[in-house]
Design a binder for this molecule. Sequence first.
Ligand SMILES: NC(=O)c1ccc[n+]([C@@H]2O[C@H](COP(=O)([O-])OP(=O)(O)OC[C@H]3O[C@@H](n4cnc5c(N)ncnc54)[C@H](OP(=O)(O)O)[C@@H]3O)[C@@H](O)[C@H]2O)c1
Length: 356
Amino acid sequence: MASKLAFPPITDLPIPTKIFPTLPQRIPLISLHVLCSSSGHTFFGHKSPSGSSRKVASSSSSPSRLSSASSAPDAVVEEEILHSPTPDSTQDSQNDPSSKLVLVVGGSGGVGQLVVASLLSRNIKARLILRDPEKATSLFGKQDEEKLQVVKGDTRNPLDLKPSMFEGVTHVICCTGTTAFPSRRWDGDNTPERVDWEGVRNLVSALPPSAKRIILVSSIGVTKFNELPWSIMNLFGVLKYKKMGEDFVRNCGLPFTIIRAGRLTDGPYTSYDLNTLLKATAGERRAVLLGQGDKLVGEVSRLVVAEACIQALDIDLTEGQIYEINSIKGDGPGSDREKWRELFKLAHTQNLQAHS
Ligand SMILES: NC(=O)c1ccc[n+]([C@@H]2O[C@H](COP(=O)([O-])OP(=O)(O)OC[C@H]3O[C@@H](n4cnc5c(N)ncnc54)[C@H](OP(=O)(O)O)[C@@H]3O)[C@@H](O)[C@H]2O)c1
């Protein structure tokens, strides 16, 4: 049975808490339905914060494979309109866990370890690319190689990303990252430019054309890195480089979904083990706010981000889409596929309504 954990404060967050207002606002709980808000955000179990208008966006969800490598954006990027390719779809093509081999890159990180634990608990085979494969044993214990494979690799080094690493891989979840500001995690030049841009580019370039979906964890604010308060967080380029990584994914020709997280809460659980990971909960922050258009400002539990990544693998209408995600107090979709589908679908609908 899942239990609530007390977590130590996270001290090396890429997004400083002080530069953002505490959003979304807290408002009374209402019944647990998927709700639409005029602000263009979809959420479960909680009324959406109001007052967020949305800008126009444009769409390009079917780019050709590696047709255009991204160049450094030097101005604030206008967000794209995201049209749902199948807004009424209720059927998904891939639901058999045994048919998947999910490559997780960044599986030793806060979101990544929750992704891996969740895949293991669902009997979905996973392969990890880790700079230090030993970390897998301390985090996930000794696992059957049929269920969990670990290979050594650094995404900054294209020569590390050998074709054999990708054999049999059906899906990819990339949740690599480093700190936004200089820290020990930059040691050895592991900077946002190297990880969020070059690393993502190298990884995506190495993926086989057979990959059914690549999920990239990115950040809210990437389209506004020249605007306050985002420009503060972008002092060392993290948002700019994340946007470049996003653009490369969008243009790679593979089916993709991008999940832009708000400030991350809960974990990382680096001093814990698999049993603890599997018991971790998002505490009271289980209600999920999903939006499109880079308008959401707020926090999200790492557990919720991990779940969104795993759900998106199987929900066809998330293909070619970019979402922003927050979590707030209240009950949420948990691991219910239908509820997640509704959330994603309503995010599309609201985005289209906001621009019609
Ligand atoms: N923290 C926030 O508030 C926030 C907000 C929005 C978005 N995000 C983004 O959300 C994602 C997940 O965040 P998180 O806090 O869960 O991540 P995290 O704990 O910082 O983990 C980062 C992961 O990336 C791996 N990694 C770093 N450099 C690598 C490299 N050169 N090659 C291969 N792997 C490398 C790390 O592996 P090692 O174990 O080898 O270091 C680790 O597994 C990141 O992209 C982050 O930028 C974070």
